[in-house]
Design a protein around this ligand. Structure first.
Ligand code: E4P
Length: 217
């Protein structure tokens, strides 16, 4: 499973990228707003930093304007994935841009039928939102499972980019189900390394090591 990092914060991306943990980056208008940066400038920096796909989201709602925005975003770098919402206009935009050879990430997916439409429109990635379904007392993981089954039934090549992943359990479950990619905030990716038994074990080793009076360097 590939890891994308869901942020527009350059320092956080760079730290994870140095560890080899970043297979791509996802941004959205809210994350650009949080960064306080210009979308073109910050996206250009991110694209230069990472080798994998970098999702940059259109802000228009009509297909013609979405397509124009998508083409402008695509000029930023070769590794741009134009992100479009899962609306009728977004699907038209997806079809047009993917026919032009552009990577497209269809976002704000909340149902298996929406995912089916995105795959038929040629999406490179479908982004089902786990956390936002959990927020309304549904199970976001059921959606990931349903899309996996449907895509496998018909051999769709659209990659399942599990989004709105907010917990380490979301990531484990995505890996179990076979999501192609999971995108999560830097803090959630960092938490994957944490385990209380690791901390307790290390504390014991360090205490015992101190008793030996030895030094390695
Ligand atoms: C994905 O592409 C979105 O940017 C993101 O995962 C949304 O996450 P949230 O629901 O925690 O805002």
């Amino acid at each position: 499973m590939k890891f994308f990092v869901d942020t527009a914060e350059i320092d956080a991306i760079a730290e994870l990228n140095d560890l080899g943990l970043v297979d791509g980056v996802t941004t959205n208008p809210s994350l650009i707003m949080k960064s306080g940066r210009d979308i073109i400038e910050v996206t250009k920096e991110i694209c230069a930093l990472v080798d994998g796909p970098v999702s940059a989201e259109v802000a228009a709602t009509e297909a013609d304007e979405m397509i124009a925005e998508g083409r402008k975003l695509a000029e930023i770098a070769d590794n741009i994935a134009v992100k479009v919402p899962l609306t009728w206009a977004g699907l038209k935009t997806c079809k047009t841009l993917s026919d032009e050879g552009q990577m497209v990430n269809v976002t704000l997916c909340f149902s298996p039928n929406q995912a089916l439409l995105a795959a038929k429109a040629g999406a490179t990635f479908i982004s089902p939102f786990i956390g936002r379904l959990d927020d309304i007392n549904l199970d976001g993981m059921d959606l990931i499972q349903d899309i996996r089954i449907i895509y496998d039934n018909y051999g769709f090549e659209t990659q399942i980019l599990a989004a709105s992943a907010r917990t380490v359990n979301h990531i484990t479950e995505c890996a179990r189900i076979g999501a192609d990619v999971v995108t999560a905030p830097p803090g959630v990716l960092q938490k994957l390394a944490a385990h209380p038994l690791t901390d307790a074990g290390l504390a014991t080793f360090l205490a015992d090591w101190a008793k030996t009076g030895q030094k390695i360097l």
